[in-house]
Design a protein around this ligand. Sequence first.
Ligand SMILES: Nc1ncnc2c1ncn2[C@@H]1O[C@H](COP(=O)(O)OP(=O)(O)OP(=O)(O)O)[C@@H](O)[C@H]1O
Ligand SMILES: [Mg+2]
Length: 403
Amino acid sequence: MLLFTGKGGVGKTTTAAAVALANARRGAATLVLSTDAAHSLGDALDRDLSASGSTGPVSIEPCLHALQASGRAHFDGSWTIVHDYLASTLSSLGVDPLVAEEMTSLPGSEEIAALLEVRDQVRSGRWDLVIVDCAPTAETLRMLALPESIAWHLGRMIPGTVGLRRAARPAAAAALGIPLPDVRFLEVIRAAYEDMLGVHEILASPRASVRLVMTPEAVVIAESRRTWTSLSLYGYAVDAVYVNKVLPPSAAGEAGAAADWLASWNRAQTAGIAEVSQSFDGLPVIRAPYLPQEPVGPDALAGLAAAWQDEALTGHVLDAVATRTMRVDRTTEGYTLALPLPLTTAREVGLQRREDELVLTVGDHRRIVTLPAVLTRCTVVSARVRSGALTVGFVPDPAQWPR
Ligand SMILES: Nc1ncnc2c1ncn2[C@@H]1O[C@H](COP(=O)(O)OP(=O)(O)OP(=O)(O)O)[C@@H](O)[C@H]1O
Ligand SMILES: [Mg+2]
C-alpha cells in the first residue's frame, strides 16, 4: 500500500493516479482510493466516482479500479450507545447538555470511515497494490494519527487493557452516583478499539509506506520537511519523494520578458531540487515535468508516468525504509529505544515519561507511546536527538525487577 500526500495543489492526486495506472498497465491488480473529501480523483481519471463509496470500486481499465471513500460515519449507529451513556453521565455530573454533546461526539469520524474502507480493501485480498490519494498534509497527518490515539483512549475504557488501572471502575462510579454502563457499551468500545488497532497495523506494516509529493518551491519544501518529521514521529515510513511540475529549461540566448521569467523560475527550481535532494537524503527523488496541459484521463496520466524514471513507477515499498520504526536494543547498562526523527533537533523534541508510557512531542504533534513491557520496569537515564533519530536510554529499576 502506498499513500500519497503533500501540500495542497502540488499534484498528489495526479501522481497517485499515474502510479496506479502504470502498475495496472503492467498487470498488477490495482486499486486507487481517495480519502480526500474533495473528490478530485474522479476528475483526474475523468470518471464519475461519486457513487463508488456505496457501490464499491469502479473499473477504469482491465487491472485498475478506483474508489472515492464516502466518509460515511462508520460508527454512527453503534456509537449512539457510547454517546448516550457519556451524555447521561456528564449531565448527572451537572455538565451543560450542549457542552456534553460536544464532548461526546467522536472526532474525525469521516477520516475513520475512510481508514476503515482502506483496511477493508487491503484485507479483501483482491489487490496486488492499493494506492491511497490523501488530503493535503495537515489533514492527512491528523488522519494518520487517529487510529493509535483513539485506540489509546478507548483502551482506557476497557477493563483489563493496558493503562486501565486509572480508569473509572464500577465501584467508583457507584460512589460518585454515576450511572453504570451496560454490556453493550463495552462491546462497542471493544469493537472500535479492535478496528483502530487493525487500521494502525495495516498503515504501519512494512508493506505500506508514504510518498511525499512536492513542487520545487521553498515554501512547499519547508512544509514537506516538517511532514517527514511528523510522519516519522507517528511511525510511518516515507520511501520516495516526487518533485512535480519541473519547468523545461529556457533556451540559451533567448531574450524578452517571458524568457526572463522562465530563466528566473529555472534558477529557483534548480535550487529547490538541490534542497530536496539534501533534505531527503537517502530517499529516491523523482522529478516530473510540468506538462503543457493538465494530465486528465488514463492516457494523459500514462504520459506523465512515461516521463518518470523507473523507480517512480514501482508499486513495491522501496528499501529506504529499513530504519523506519521504533527499535529497542540491549546495551551493557540496560536498553535503548530509538525512533527515527529526521530533520529535527533536540530543541524541538519534547519527551515525558508517564508510568508505562512515553509522551513525545515535535512541534504541534504528539504521540503517546506505550512502552514495551521490559521498559516499563526501567528508568529513563538519557535522551538525545542525533543524526535524525531520537535515542532514549533506559536502565532497569532494581525495585521493579524480580531477582
Ligand atoms: N506534472 C504536471 N503537469 C501539468 N499539470 C499538472 C501536473 N501535475 C498536476 N497537474 C495539474 O495540477 C492541478 C493540481 O493537481 P492535483 O489535483 O493532482 O493536486 P493535489 O495535490 O492532489 O491537489 P489537492 O491538494 O487539491 O488534493 C491539476 O489541475 C492537475 O491536472
Ligand atoms: Mg488531490
